[in-house]
Design a binder for this molecule. Structure first.
Ligand code: ADE
Length: 231
């Protein structure tokens, strides 16, 4: 059997994993062996008695910076052990994650995710070990662990066999470059609010057209940047 898609996570908090990834869709898929998780303690690659992984920044300033030698030792050891796939460093300075990128990464044999804490990681090891800097959005979290979980979750749900009804993946947000249309279920009338009439009509072509219009409208209002510009 070929090896399952593998997320290797380098972190000073390996106990945070699988965390939420151990539940629901990703958790069941993990149990089934559809993907594999290897959370590695960065501190085990420190060489001093106190297992130090960080130091003060050259040039001064607040916070601490993760040492390049410790990170490199960890990465080289994991690479020798066969940790597969692109190397990603989670940072708000990174390029913004997109669903298109997630689809690419789900096709890889896995990912090596480096989680920073403190002020960040020495830039030299990011460059020397070929890490791609990735942000999950324009806001700052206190470390890369939650962003790493977000990346893993986004990839895992696209792996074959993880989502039972693959059709639901085809209609979701961003798949056609649009936000998704709204959903409704029973009761048909709730707090005086009816379900849009067309959804009860049974006219599949009309429903499809209505959903498409809704998707276009909500995208135009919320995320006009996603719409192709007419030039
Ligand atoms: N680390 C802290 N904030 C982050 C973000 N928004 N994206 C990726 N990594 C981060």
């Amino acid at each position: 059997m070929t090896r399952p898609w593998t997320a290797t996570v380098l972190t000073i908090f390996p106990e945070m994993f699988p965390g939420p990834l151990g539940f629901s869709l990703s958790g069941k898929a993990l149990e089934k062996g559809l993907w594999k998780l290897d959370a590695v303690d960065l501190r085990s690659y420190a060489t001093d008695r106190h297992r130090t992984v960080d130091d003060t920044p050259f040039g001064g300033g607040a916070g601490m910076v993760m040492r390049p030698d410790v990170v490199a030792r960890a990465v080289d050891d994991l690479a020798a052990g066969g940790a597969p796939g692109p190397r990603i460093y989670l940072t708000p300075r990174g390029e913004r994650l997109t669903q298109a990128r997630v689809r690419q990464w789900a096709e890889e044999p896995g990912l090596l995710l480096l989680c920073g804490r403190y002020e960040g990681v020495d830039q030299r090891v990011i460059e020397a070990r070929g890490f791609r800097e990735v942000s999950i959005g324009d806001f700052v979290l206190s470390g890369g662990e939650i962003p790493a979980m977000a990346v893993i979750d986004a990839c895992v749900r696209l792996l074959p066999g993880v989502v039972g009804d693959a059709a639901s993946l085809e209609e979701e947000s961003f798949n056609e470059g649009l936000l998704e249309y709204p959903h409704y279920t029973r009761p048909q009338l709730w707090e005086g609010r009816p379900v849009p009439e067309v959804l009860l009509s049974g006219h599949h072509a009309e429903i499809r057209a209505w959903r498409r219009r809704q998707a276009l409208e909500i995208t135009r209002r919320r995320r006009p940047d996603l719409l192709p510009t007419l030039s």
